[in-house]
Design a protein around this ligand. Sequence first.
Ligand code: XMP
Length: 509
Amino acid sequence: MPQQILILDFGSQYTQLIARRVRELNVYCEIHPFNKIPALSADIKGVILSGSPCSVRDQGSPDVDLSLFEDKIPVLGVCYGAQLIAHKKGGTVMASTSREYGRAKLTKVDHHNELLKEISLDTQVWMSHADTIKAVPDSFEIISSTPSVDVAAYRVKGKQVYGIQFHPEVTHTLQGKELLRNFVVHICGCAQDWTADQFVESTVANLKQKLGNDKVVMALSGGVDSTVAAILVHKAIGKNLHCIFVDNGLLRKNEFEQVLDSYKHMGLNIKGVDAKDKFYTALNGHTDPEVKRKAIGKTFIDVFDEESHLLTDVKWLGQGTIYPDVIESVSVMGPSVTIKSHHNVGGLPAKMKLKVVEPLNTLFKDEVRVVGKTLGIDPLILGRHPFPGPGLGIRILGDITAEKVRILQEVDSIFISSLRNAGLYDKVWQAGAILLPVQSVGVMGDERTYEQVVSLRAVTSTDGMTADWAHLPYEFLANVSSDIINKVKGVNRVVYDISSKPPATIEWE
Ligand code: XMP
């Protein structure tokens, strides 16, 4: 294992951000729930206690036994984490009476303290708490203050235990990264050697050892995660990795051929399976989004299962699971409520009785892209917008037919290629078209038409959890609209979706 920082999650919305900031310093870290702490190993160089929506004054609020770490490795409490340490050591934590939300300035900074080295006086920090530390015990020294928060940061005297009530992980804390660097590099002694090259090297070595001469089967989707995962496994075991790419009849125009082709160029041992008819039959007459998702998911599992049975002696199933999925499934708050059943291949390993190998399950999405770049994967694949597993099946509202798929593929293709041509593709997080179950009256030449309506959707986002509709130029939208209506038979009206998430979602179904 690489050197690492342990981040204990008490349920704050910012915990993942702390991890991302630490990793930006080329230091590996892992998030674990406060109540499932891993055994301390020599690789763990320090621990960060995260924030929380709870109050240390509440009965049953998240707690941790500090003796697990204290005097063994350095400890940094952030917000709730800082309040918890203070509370447990005899300090006073109370509901705050003054404003402790938003920007503030550090008007006292103890530059002799290692945590605050190079942190400027008057630097801006971000506060976000309802409780505050009113008094600290004699064993604490206050190392930083703001005009309204006396205990902005403290150190437990003679110990490597620190607390800060502001949030170093958010960009509004202008020197947050420096402070985290002071902690992980200078106080914990991490070497900052966790890089994409190093990740590739150690992952491939581990995969070689784990998989030996075993065969692995993997479903590829053309997306970033499954592609990068496959290339890593391929580097480790070569032809023993058997990839399957299923045409479910719900892909983008020409996507099956193009993606299959680029996989072959990458040297992958891949089989393309045309299962369009199976999917259309399973979807026949279904209009409910969740029923459609389940039908697509089940058909996929059947097709994949059937294909992998044609291979002999397969022991492993490779998957492109990434870190946020892992954190989500063990989160303090529990997995978030299912609004849409996203993970439609979730039933695979159980059905196939295979062991699972997930080489990316410690990486965030942007880190996957960096690793992909290191591996020399085509930037066109790495930069692709996310595309849902059920594909156009959830962008054709109502029932699905081959003809509707054809129409939507044409519309989508015009929209996406126009975005590329206008240099807008990389500025939006995700884009696509939706075929509405609505017909509208139009006029073409002297003829009255009564045809389909399509909606264009483009959003900006960082992780898909929240999103804003992309403010595409009117001129661009005007051109795309007339292109679509002129070129796609069966469509006589184009609308643009101007809803943000929340309260809307990115997909319409
Ligand atoms: P929503 O519509 O929930 O979408 O705002 C958030 C992100 O998830 C994608 N999405 C899916 N991905 N299977 C998938 O693999 C699905 O059933 C599914 N539904 C939505 C969506 O495209 C967006 O990137």
